[in-house]
Design a protein around this ligand. Structure first.
Ligand SMILES: *[C@@H]1O[C@H](CO)[C@@H](O)[C@H](O)[C@H]1NC(C)=O
Ligand SMILES: *[C@@H]1O[C@H](CO)[C@@H](O)[C@H](O)[C@H]1NC(C)=O
Ligand SMILES: *[C@@H]1O[C@H](CO)[C@@H](O)[C@H](O)[C@H]1NC(C)=O
Ligand SMILES: *[C@@H]1O[C@H](CO)[C@@H](O)[C@H](O)[C@H]1NC(C)=O
Ligand SMILES: *[C@@H]1O[C@H](CO)[C@@H](O)[C@H](O)[C@H]1NC(C)=O
Ligand SMILES: *[C@@H]1O[C@H](CO)[C@@H](O)[C@H](O)[C@H]1NC(C)=O
Ligand SMILES: *[C@@H]1O[C@H](CO)[C@@H](O)[C@H](O)[C@H]1NC(C)=O
Ligand SMILES: *[C@@H]1O[C@H](CO)[C@@H](O)[C@H](O)[C@H]1NC(C)=O
Ligand SMILES: *[C@@H]1O[C@H](CO)[C@@H](O)[C@H](O)[C@H]1NC(C)=O
Ligand SMILES: *[C@@H]1O[C@H](CO)[C@@H](O)[C@H](O)[C@H]1NC(C)=O
Ligand SMILES: *[C@@H]1O[C@H](CO)[C@@H](O)[C@H](O)[C@H]1NC(C)=O
Ligand SMILES: *[C@@H]1O[C@H](CO)[C@@H](O)[C@H](O)[C@H]1NC(C)=O
Ligand SMILES: [Cu+2]
Length: 554
């Protein structure tokens, strides 16, 4: 085998340590160009190890994960381990310019972190530009004692189902165009399931994901929305699901015939193969929440469940998908889920140290001089009127650790100030170690032209309890009685309904700089973000020094 091929093979070394069952799971990701024919177009994309989706990381709770990322692409990039707590390992969070400077072309960095107190499905993705459109993969966490640890009967098989969005154009150029026009990225050319668009696109030769299943068994589908900008409906013809976990947190079992999933979220669902032997389409379509009509990808990604022994000439049956604007189906799914509470699980903290209202949305701002194709206005997004600006020259975590002056200010407001326009700022909310933070995420529209839409808000470094949600403005006098403090859902990415609100609560038990942002990549560069700075706790809860190979900025 030549050395290049050897680099491509993921190094999965399950080195058992002396610790009870804890292992080191080690991979090398060579991020580089890959020639692909997709949607009847030849293009070069950037992937990890020439795979789309990239390699699956499989680990058990308590394991140490080590990933050597070698950047053979022409773009600076960092890789984020979405949903991993990064307890005392914030340097490995991979959030571009928040915790990490990007790995420069020809550079490399070793991400190392422990998986503590979480089980289920997470994922990893590039956290720079639109590169995550092709640089992503599953991160599966099994219970420490194997499938016996599941709070549901051990499934016969497990199948990752990863949704993506595909652009024929180089995605870095799509991102550049988005900035020049000030209007955000062009809509994608296709939706994908496990990297393939399926057989319902205009390209007859498009790849179709197909998986064989045995009859009368139960499968665990590990569903990940790695799409860049769209919420999705997912159905399988002739089959229903039982949801058992989201975002690597167990849920009370929830029966449904449709999964609704926002970018950044995961859903673990059981599916019985109790239909007559045959071929059954799985399908994903966009759930479009915008109240003002804008173009969106109205295509359908398909894949196929093929029963063992099914006659190969049978036509697959297609599920009836909800209408793209079916807000009732979407809302019913999102807001029916509750968390599974087991002995020993963290309970909702009742004493809150920081009670915040964070209002966010999109507005029309002036065209910047470098936005050469901007016509009339450019989109601007903000949280509490601060339009987030990435720092230059050092990451915020480095600035915190080395006390570098002038990179950020500790003035993120606890409630929206009464000024009309957003200002650009690198503003953080500083909190003491172990403080309990409650945030009312309030979605607002400033503009009749832009209307409202759902935003998936993702918090790095912590899971949060989802206590309540509603439409319109949050009213503290009536909302209190709506809080679920008993068995709320636990997530890392939550939908805030367009023009409505969602209340989250978390314990800031991890020193570092933790990004909270919209997981629609269209909104992140516009400033729909803020950062929680969690100060060092009493020893040993101190931010450790950066790893020796930590990338240097510029
Ligand atoms: C992709 O194709 C181009 C042009 O044919 C070639 O130069 C390049 O080496 C190929 N890249 C890979 C990774 O195969
Ligand atoms: C893509 O490349 C293949 C092989 O290099 C070639 O046969 C095919 O015609 C190309 N397709 C298009 C659409 O350019
Ligand atoms: C990760 O786990 C290893 C093995 O248990 C331990 O030695 C190490 O201190 C842990 N690291 C952190 C940051 O907790
Ligand atoms: C990673 O970077 C170091 C420092 O530049 C270099 O010595 C090493 O060879 C690189 N490793 C790989 C696999 O590229
Ligand atoms: C596996 O671990 C879980 C949680 O730690 C525990 O509830 C369960 O009893 C264990 N099962 C076995 C078979 O050891
Ligand atoms: C699946 O179970 C049904 C109901 O028990 C039974 O009729 C059918 O024959 C089974 N199918 C297979 C392939 O065993
Ligand atoms: C799925 O659930 C619906 C609604 O509860 C039910 O009508 C249908 O029969 C179920 N389908 C299967 C295959 O279990
Ligand atoms: C799958 O089968 C099990 C065992 O028969 C049953 O309890 C469960 O309700 C079924 N789930 C669905 C979604 O049909
Ligand atoms: C889907 O969108 C395309 C372009 O955005 C449009 O041309 C087409 O008419 C739409 N199809 C349907 C069924 O709405
Ligand atoms: C379909 O099955 C028949 C008989 O098992 C086999 O001869 C044929 O090659 C198969 N066709 C395809 C396309 O797999
Ligand atoms: C946070 O609240 C708890 C409980 O009320 C209190 O004990 C603690 O001192 C508070 N922390 C700070 C930094 O005020
Ligand atoms: C946050 O920083 C501000 C300004 O630097 C300071 O006045 C305040 O005491 C800090 N708050 C906490 C909880 O550390
Ligand atoms: Cu958003």
């Amino acid at each position: 085998m030549d050395p290049a091929a050897a680099m491509i093979v993921p190094l999965v070394l399950a080195l058992c340590t002396a610790m009870a069952g804890a292992a080191v799971v080690e991979h090398t990701f060579n991020v580089g160009g890959m020639n692909i024919s997709q949607l009847c177009t030849n293009s070069t994309i950037y992937t990890a190890n020439q795979q789309l989706p990239g390699p699956t990381i499989e680990a058990s709770e308590g394991d140490t994960v080590v990933v050597h990322v070698v950047n053979d692409s022409p773009y600076p990039l960092s890789v984020h381990w979405h949903g991993i707590f990064q307890l005392l390992s914030g340097w490995a969070d991979g959030a571009h310019m928040i915790t990490d400077c990007p790995i420069q072309p020809s550079g490399n960095f070793t991400y190392q972190f422990n998986i503590t107190g979480q089980e289920g499905t997470l994922w990893w993705h590039a956290h720079s530009s639109l590169l995550r459109a092709t640089i992503y993969g599953a991160l599966i966490i099994k219970p420490r004692n194997g499938t016996a640890g599941y709070p549901f009967p051990a499934p016969y098989g497990e199948i990752p189902i990863i949704f993506g969005e595909w652009w024929n154009k180089n995605v870095n150029d799509v991102e550049i165009d988005a900035h020049l026009t000030g209007l955000g990225p062009a809509i994608s050319d296709a939706l994908t399931i496990n990297g393939m668009p399926g057989d319902q696109t205009p390209c007859q030769a498009a790849g179709v994901y197909e998986v064989e299943v045995a009859s009368n068994e139960t499968y665990l589908l590990r569903i990940i929305n790695a799409a860049v900008n769209v919420e999705l409906f997912f159905k399988v013809a002739g089959h229903n699901f039982t949801v058992v976990a989201v975002d690597a947190s167990y849920t009370d079992p929830y029966d449904t015939d449709v999964i609704v999933i926002a970018p950044g979220q995961t859903v673990d669902a059981l599916m019985n193969t109790s239909a007559p032997p045959g071929l059954y389409y799985m399908a994903a379509t966009v759930f479009e929440s915008k109240t003002v009509s804008f173009p969106f990808n109205n295509g359908t990604a398909t894949g196929i469940f093929k029963y063992e022994g099914a006659p190969n000439d049978t036509a697959a049956s297609m599920p009836a998908m909800p209408a793209h604007t079916d807000v009732v189906t979407a809302g019913t799914f999102y807001w029916s889920l509750t968390g599974l509470v087991r002995p020993g699980d963290p309970t909702v903290p009742t004493a809150v140290n920081h009670s915040m209202v964070v209002e966010f949305g999109m507005e029309q701002g002036p065209c910047a001089p470098d936005q050469t194709r901007c016509q009339g206005f450019a989109l601007v997004a903000s949280m509490n009127r601060r339009s987030f600006q990435f720092p230059k020259n050092a990451s915020l975590l480095e600035a915190m650790y080395d006390a570098l002056p002038g990179l950020y200010s500790q003035d993120f407001p606890a409630s929206p100030p009464p000024v009309p326009m957003a200002t650009k700022a690198t503003s953080v909310k500083n909190v003491t170690y172990n403080d309990v933070v409650e945030v009312v995420l309030q979605s607002t529209t400033y503009s009749r032209v832009l209307g409202t839409e759902n935003h998936p808000i993702h918090l790095h470094g912590f899971n949060f309890f989802v206590l309540a949600e509603g439409l319109g403005r949050f009213d503290p006098t009536t909302a209190g009685s709506m809080y679920n403090l008993v068995n709320p859902l636990v997530r890392n990415t939550v939908i805030v309904p367009g023009g409505g609100w969602t209340v989250i609560r978390f314990t800031a038990n991890n020193p570092g700089m933790w990004f909270m942002h919209c997981h629609l990549d269209a909104h992140l560069p516009l400033g729909l973000a803020m950062v929680f700075q969690v100060l060092d706790g009493p020893a040993p809860n101190l931010l450790p020094p950066p790893p020796v190979d930590y990338p240097i900025c510029y």
